[in-house]
Write a new protein. Structure first.
Ligand SMILES: NC(=O)c1ccc[n+]([C@@H]2O[C@H](COP(=O)([O-])OP(=O)(O)OC[C@H]3O[C@@H](n4cnc5c(N)ncnc54)[C@H](OP(=O)(O)O)[C@@H]3O)[C@@H](O)[C@H]2O)c1
Length: 247
């Protein structure tokens, strides 16, 4: 559902990581509809080209791995940046006994360290712009535990700490920092999980609204936080979880 005005992000440049699929793609399309110039980042060129075709005049694509120094250098060198959706994230679902050290590093490196490094690089062009808004993609798993998701929960709890601390530190410079915490959304990340009927029941039993979030539900919260509609909102989280964590 598109409920924002087409000028909501007019004259703003917004960088979105993990923008070629799932939640990031929905955010990129909605930001373009709201008048932003969007820089969409992912590793797969063909997916980014498909995205760009939807709004070629507004969407610029960067084929980059967010973990690379070349990426953060490029972000830092931007003349101006008004918004960042730090959306990349991954999961390695398994019990603690089955997790290898490589899984621990992969989840913490992408879900936490890359968000910190991207946000740090974004500060220079945001200060050039006189301020900005950063949205870190969190999860309902930042508020609860869940079986097989120790690494993911740990990383997303960290995302909440990062957002609060950055929100406090950067407020005097006019940079707001918040997070969005969705429940399960059907995307390439979660589609394989929902092949399992027992897992599907586990999820639906825990969502009081008895439905999954859509990518647009999540994008709506992100766009609100990017925009001046949330001018007094920083260091907090919008949960888009149908009530999962309210119980
Ligand atoms: N889906 C859910 O149910 C759900 C629920 C709560 C929170 N979340 C969070 O929402 C975020 C997005 O999830 P999603 O389900 O939309 O994911 P997704 O469908 O798997 O999409 C991930 C996106 O990130 C890109 N990406 C992955 N690694 C990258 C890297 N190293 N550098 C640059 N781009 C990279 C992918 O493209 P390439 O592979 O081509 O790079 C793709 O565009 C994550 O932080 C996730 O934890 C998701």
């Amino acid at each position: 559902m598109f409920g924002f005005n087409e000028t909501l992000l007019k004259e703003k440049t917004v960088l979105i990581t993990g923008a070629s699929k799932g939640i990031g793609r929905a955010c990129a399309l909605m930001a373009a509809k709201c008048g932003a110039k969007v820089i969409a980042v992912a590793r797969t060129q063909s997916d980014l080209e498909l995205l760009q075709q939807e709004a070629p005049e507004q969407i610029e694509v960067w084929v980059e791995d967010v973990s690379a120094v070349s990426f953060t250098d490029k972000v830092k060198a931007l003349p101006q940046l008004h918004g960042l959706i730090n959306n990349v994230g991954t999961n390695r679902v398994a019990s603690m006994l089955e997790q290898a050290d490589e899984d621990l590093d992969a989840v913490i490196d992408l879900n936490l360290k890359s968000l910190y490094r991207t946000a740090k690089a974004a500060l220079t062009p945001m200060l050039n712009a006189g301020g900005g808004s950063i949205v870190n993609m969190s999860s309902q798993m930042a508020y609860v535990g869940s079986p097989g998701r120790t690494l993911y929960c740990m990383s997303k709890h960290g995302v909440e700490g990062l957002s609060k601390a950055m929100g406090v530190e950067l407020a005097p410079q006019g940079i707001r920092v918040n997070s969005v915490a969705p429940t399960f959304v059907l995307t390439p990340l979660t589609e394989p999980m929902f092949q399992d009927e027992a897992f599907k029941s586990f999820v639906f039993d825990r969502i009081p609204m008895k439905k999954l979030a859509t990518t647009d539900d999540v994008a709506n919260a992100c766009l609100f936080l990017l925009s001046d509609l949330s001018a007094m909102v920083t260091g907090t989280c919008i949960k888009v979880d149908g009530g999962w964590t309210a119980q």
